[in-house]
Design a protein around this ligand. Structure first.
Ligand SMILES: Cc1cc2nc3c(=O)[nH]c(=O)nc-3n(C[C@H](O)[C@H](O)[C@H](O)COP(=O)(O)O)c2cc1C
Length: 285
């Protein structure tokens, strides 16, 4: 890649207004070879992705599915599918964010669009098997010179420019004790890259606790009140689990870039949890 991961994370932003310029063949080849090798996420689920041309029915699918994403001018999409399984959405978030950062490196714009796409025009292009789901897609292309009015409106409504402060999301030993820079140590940058991650409606549901004794970072999902209900009438996906996978991707890729060795492990420390909070995974340094 031409850029460092930390640069790509800082460069990426959700883009909903495209110039319509066709992506050059050599870039299409690079994208196709990137997605040709399906990789497995940290929880063992693999996802497959396709790069496809945009059709009129895709844009109406997006509106029907309430993706609040009024995408204009995009000529192509990336669609992905994952088999239903435990931690499938976390792995999907992790794998698709890696792809999005790669597209950013190629100078292309994207926008995570989360919904249940299984009955949409996108599903036909994926030849879905019965046990697969399409939890999110992204347009991919060159950004227009300026964001469209609706794009700007969505950004303002979601507060997309803003992020929570570190002391609201990173803790020491237990929730409510903010992690200091000194305690974060070499992991200050991987944590900062989590803080800058995109999340559905910019809700930023990730919480991380550093366990000093074991030199471990425990990742938690703090659900936004009323944001998701199982069996919702729209069959909406649990997008905040995708957000967790995106956060893991930023953390791990940044740690790798800094030469910090570690691995993901399911080792719940049993810390007292605030409401709507659940343990996801830990990074063992
Ligand atoms: C899992 C996920 C689903 C998203 N779904 C949508 C969507 O349906 N429509 C949309 O316009 N933006 C969607 N977004 C984009 C977020 O609104 C955006 O990432 C957030 O506001 C932060 O802005 P930024 O990406 O420019 O940093 C989604 C983002 C994520 C991570």
């Amino acid at each position: 890649m031409d850029h460092k991961i930390t640069e790509l994370i800082r460069m990426r932003t959700a883009w909903r207004t495209y110039s319509g310029k066709i992506i050059e063949d050599h870039k299409v080849k690079l994208i196709e070879s990137f997605i040709d090798n399906p990789e497995t996420g940290p929880f063992g689920n693999s996802a497959r992705f396709r790069f496809v041309g945009a059709t009129e029915s895709d844009f109406s699918s997006l509106k029907d599915l309430g993706t609040y994403g009024f995408i204009k001018g995009a000529k192509s999409f990336i669609i992905g599918a994952v088999k239903k399984n435990e931690k499938d959405l976390e792995d999907y978030g992790y794998l698709m964010e890696r792809l999005i950062l790669y597209l950013t490196d190629l100078g292309l714009a994207t926008c995570w669009l989360g919904a249940s796409f299984n009955k949409s025009s996108f599903a036909e292009k994926m030849d879905l098997s019965g046990d697969e789901v399409i939890p999110a897609v992204t347009p991919v292309g060159y950004r227009a010179e300026k964001r469209g009015a609706v794009d700007s409106l969505i950004r303002r409504a979601a507060g997309s420019k803003n992020r929570k402060k570190g002391d609201e999301i990173f803790f020491s030993e237990e929730f409510n004790i903010p992690l200091t820079q000194e305690e974060a140590g070499k992991y200050s940058l991987p944590l900062e890259m989590v803080r800058l991650a995109p999340s559905a409606s910019n809700k930023q549901p990730w919480r991380i606790i550093k366990d000093k004794k074991g030199n471990v970072f425990h990742f938690y999902l703090r659900r936004t009140k009323g944001y998701y209900k199982e069996d919702n009438i729209f069959k909406m996906m649990d997008l905040q689990r995708i957000d967790m996978g995106i956060a893991m991707c930023h953390f791990e890729l940044t740690a790798n870039e800094l030469g910090l060795k570690g691995k993901w492990k399911d080792t719940d420390p049993g810390i007292a949890l605030p409401e709507r909070t659940q343990y996801v995974v830990s990074w063992l340094c």
